[in-house]
Design a protein around this ligand. Structure first.
Ligand SMILES: *[C@@H]1O[C@H](CO)[C@@H](O)[C@H](O)[C@H]1NC(C)=O
Ligand SMILES: *[C@@H]1O[C@H](CO)[C@@H](O)[C@H](O)[C@H]1NC(C)=O
Ligand SMILES: *[C@@H]1O[C@H](CO)[C@@H](O)[C@H](O)[C@H]1NC(C)=O
Ligand SMILES: *[C@@H]1O[C@H](CO)[C@@H](O)[C@H](O)[C@H]1NC(C)=O
Length: 363
């Protein structure tokens, strides 16, 4: 049977319409993809970063008196430049840590996989999982992370540092003798075994001792410290480690490894390497501490981060004589990629850099 000409025409029209629609929608999709790319970078940060407050935040914070703590400020600004940000991630592991699904799938340093048993033992012994009653009950917390950079020398920022609710120090960075520049208050000291203070008299009188575990052996080390056991073997450490930590178990904590995972894979964009520690995919402790603070502090400031490249003979650390020019390429860290991330935070005003080292070469 012959088809009627009008039917042929109709069929032809239909297929043309369908083709046209496909063409149109594929164009739209790629157009969308394109405009999406132009607004956000590979990590998901807004490309055009401005330190001005978005209108809705301006309304919320503008009436607060100068210097008053702004509730929710860091997370709100972070979300404004990085929409994927989800504030919920507690600072320390607590007995219900298995509810954080994201850390159960990864081995250290990105998670807790196959170390649950020792962690349960540690948490049962420390019995405390917060910052302490006073700080936990604050409705607005200001935090400062004191980096170890030589850029802190002779800036006399000690007094201003001590005014923060939470002062976070890293590894063995000393306080005694450096109070004028680095302050005297320490809320917590985050460290890994190789970075922990080795001389007992150097520990400050009060502060939380916080382990940031980078490898399996680190949990075992903390067990020796918590139960005050002699450490016989130093196998598995890359340099000598503290044999004792003069702290009660109730003053010891385990940093939530989610911050290492998030800093590395999401915020900085280091190689995933199947979720294993590998070349150039470990964030520095400073970047990890900043990531933690974005989730848990209302306002976040930093000092002692970054290097002033125009002063190669300045000290690398504020407490040592090693010069900046001695800095070596690191196998584990990717300093330049990490700096890009920190620069975004400073440029957008998510964090305040009181020593201007992060943007020393412009932002
Ligand atoms: C801020 O102050 C203005 C003028 O005094 C007022 O109209 C506005 O409601 C205030 N905003 C908030 C969030 O309190
Ligand atoms: C810091 O000040 C002291 C005393 O004025 C000076 O001797 C030292 O060289 C200064 N250090 C740096 C790194 O500027
Ligand atoms: C750091 O990242 C950049 C860009 O992804 C890469 O080219 C470089 O090799 C990395 N460096 C290290 C030490 O992994
Ligand atoms: C870096 O060093 C130069 C030369 O000493 C100095 O002029 C500049 O202010 C320093 N920058 C910062 C951020 O400290």
């Amino acid at each position: 049977m012959r088809m009627k000409p009008s039917r042929n025409l109709l069929l032809g029209l239909c297929s043309m319409l369908a083709l046209g629609f496909l063409y149109y929608s594929s164009g739209r999709i790629s157009l969308r993809g394109w405009s999406h790319k132009s607004l956000y970078d590979k990590q998901g940060f807004l490309v055009k970063l401005e330190s001005n407050l978005p209108l809705e935040l301006l309304y919320k914070y503008d009436n607060l008196s100068e210097g008053a703590c702004k509730p929710g400020f860091a997370a709100a600004k972070m979300t404004a430049i990085y929409p994927k940000f989800n504030k919920l991630a507690p600072i320390f592991l607590d007995p219900n840590y298995k509810r954080f699904s994201k850390i159960g799938d990864y081995s250290p340093p990105f998670g807790v996989k196959s170390h649950e048993r020792i962690i349960d033992i540690l948490l049962a012994a420390t019995k405390k999982y917060g910052l302490g009653e006073e700080l936990d009950s604050l409705s607005c917390k200001t935090c400062i992370i004191v980096g170890n950079g030589g850029i802190l020398v002779n800036k006399s920022l000690g007094q201003r540092i001590d005014e923060f609710d939470v002062v976070i120090r890293l590894n063995e960075a000393p306080v005694k003798g450096f109070e004028k520049d680095v302050g005297s208050k320490t809320t917590m000291r985050i460290t890994y075994p190789e970075g922990a203070i080795q001389r007992m008299e150097r520990y400050e009188a009060q502060s939380l001792f916080v382990l940031s575990a980078f490898k399996a052996q680190d949990f075992n080390w903390l067990r020796h410290m918590v139960f005050n056991q002699r450490l016989h073997s130093t196998d598995g450490f890359w340099k000598s480690v503290a044999k004792q930590v003069p702290r009660e178990p109730s003053d010891m904590r385990i940093l939530n490894p989610y911050f290492i995972q998030e800093a590395s894979f999401k915020l900085i964009g280091l190689p995933h390497n199947n979720g294993q520690m590998g070349r150039g995919n470990i964030p520095t402790l400073g970047a990890v501490a900043i990531t933690m603070a974005l989730h848990n502090c209302d306002e976040v400031s930093v000092v002692g981060f970054g290097y002033n490249m125009s002063t190669p003979y300045a000290p690398l650390h504020y407490y040592e004589k090693i010069r900046m020019s001695a800095i070596k390429e690191s196998w584990t860290h990717n300093i330049s990629k990490e700096k890009e991330f920190l620069m975004k935070l400073v440029r957008a005003g998510v964090i305040q850099d009181m020593t201007n080292g992060i943007c020393s070469a412009g932002c």
